[in-house]
Design a protein around this ligand. Sequence first.
Ligand code: ATP
Ligand code: MG
Length: 381
Amino acid sequence: MKLDAPWLGSPATQAVVAALGEGALFVGGCVRNTLMEQPVSDIDIATSLQPGEVTRRAEEAELKAIPTGLDHGTVTIVSAGIPFEVTTFRADIATDGRRAVVRFSDDIVEDAARRDFTINALYAEPDGTLVDPLGGLPDLEARRVRFIGEAADRIREDALRILRFFRFNAWYGEGIDAEGLAACADAVGDIAGLARERIGAEMRKLLAAPDPAPAVAAMAASGVLSASLPGANPALLPHLIAREEEAEAEPDWRTRLAALGPQDAAGALRLSRAEMRHLDQIVICLDALDTPARAAAEYGAEIATAAHLITGALSPMPWAETGAEIARGTAAIFPLRAKDLLARGLKPGPHMGKALQAARAAWLASDFSLDKADLIEKALE
Ligand code: ATP
Ligand code: MG
């Protein structure tokens, strides 16, 4: 079998494999997603060459080589501005549940065996020829996310694989593998030992899947959800997804996260300040529970849409109406300016701020119908 995809034939990609010569293979997401006809986000390459040799060959071909993870055998080669992660074949020799001690290998079967899932251990030669050392193709065709080897052993080596199991199920799985699920449930206690930013990175990707609801339901049932995100409740999620489909809204992990209603998402997932602010805004908008139009005028279309997708998840009102109302509220422009009040003799300062605020509240309550003259009157009251 031969892969065929634009990324494979592109001059940037071909320059990298030409530089590396014999023994460079594409691996991981780029192979898996091409076979599944899904978009490819980054290109990983595995090679029997030692990292020093990878660097030497890249530089000889006048490509930039960055030693991103030399002790893990990873060199990033930049070609036409695109980064390619090139990693020497490895075998794990010791693991403590979080980090692995590795040795380099020239054996593709060893390299494949230390990967997490069979669908992630598919390789392709520079011309696209598929290389499948562990027989992962039937799993991929059946959309089965299956651990390589004994699930329990693989989780003991690296507990992050619990979250990866659900992440890859959310994106690519059809029907969750019972053995994998049971092993994850048995190992929930190990999640506490993981760095929160690593959990956060997995959860962001998981919740960005087109429909993460079945995977999240399985996480909840196995105890993984509350171990990763205390207080999260999966009940609303399937309804939100249905609502999103009706609204033709792009998947947004932040909206899905808000719908789970966790206790402290920012701490549990190490959210950035911007992400925290976005989530807070959704929650504030939800608490205010105003009409879609007023929510949009107050918080903007993005936050109002997120909040109303969530509150509307169980409502019979067609989304078309809600969406039109959000558009109307987004377009509404508060007609009163400070200069209008200055012209009427009001002095700048806190009093002015209060007057503007009162006028704005009246304007919102009037469903944007009060005009400037009405609002000047309100402000001067
Ligand atoms: P994507 O980049 O689309 O999220 P990916 O499969 O390329 O998916 P990466 O996290 O980039 O995922 O990892 C690249 C490959 O490295 C994986 O396909 C897998 O083979 C291997 N891998 C990554 N993390 C682990 C892990 N914790 N345990 C075992 N193998 C892993
Ligand atoms: Mg990748």
